[in-house]
Design a protein around this ligand. Structure first.
Ligand code: FES
Length: 129
């Protein structure tokens, strides 16, 4: 139950074709600092990026609808609560009430049509089954 997953073990997240360019994100459950949290992965400029679903203004989930994180122009990740905007490639705050904050990134890798994510000391998989 308290198994720690090492940082180099790939964890299957989804098939590559589930992530359309600037489309809906895949949301997944994690343990972040040992607490249940959610994370999301989306494709932006061809690359898959993933972050903990937690705004840097107030620690709340940001999606407008499940899996919908981008603003109407599909340029930024935008928090649905007070409109903080984040640069999708880096997770850095680009405007609004997130100040100098930055989303917590999760390492991802895409290989042979599959997207994998990697646990870290702070972010572990939630073994729900
Ligand atoms: S909680 Fe995200 S902008 Fe305020």
């Amino acid at each position: 139950m308290d198994e720690i997953v090492g940082p180099r073990r790939p964890l299957r997240l989804c098939a590559s074709d589930e992530l359309a360019e600037r489309g809906k994100a895949v949301v997944f459950d994690v343990l972040h600092f040992r607490e249940a949290a959610r994370a999301f992965a989306l494709r932006y400029d061809g690359r898959v990026v993933a972050y903990i679903n937690r705004c840097q203004h107030v620690p709340a989930e940001m999606d407008w609808l499940p899996g919908e994180f981008l603003d109407s122009g599909k340029e930024y990740i935008m928090c649905s609560i007070h409109g903080a905007v984040y640069e999708p490639r880096s997770g850095r705050c680009a405007g609004g009430p997130c100040g100098r904050g930055r989303l917590t990134a999760i390492d991802v890798e895409e290989r042979d049509g599959i997207v994998y994510w990697y646990a870290s000391r702070d972010t572990q998989p939630a073994f729900a089954d």
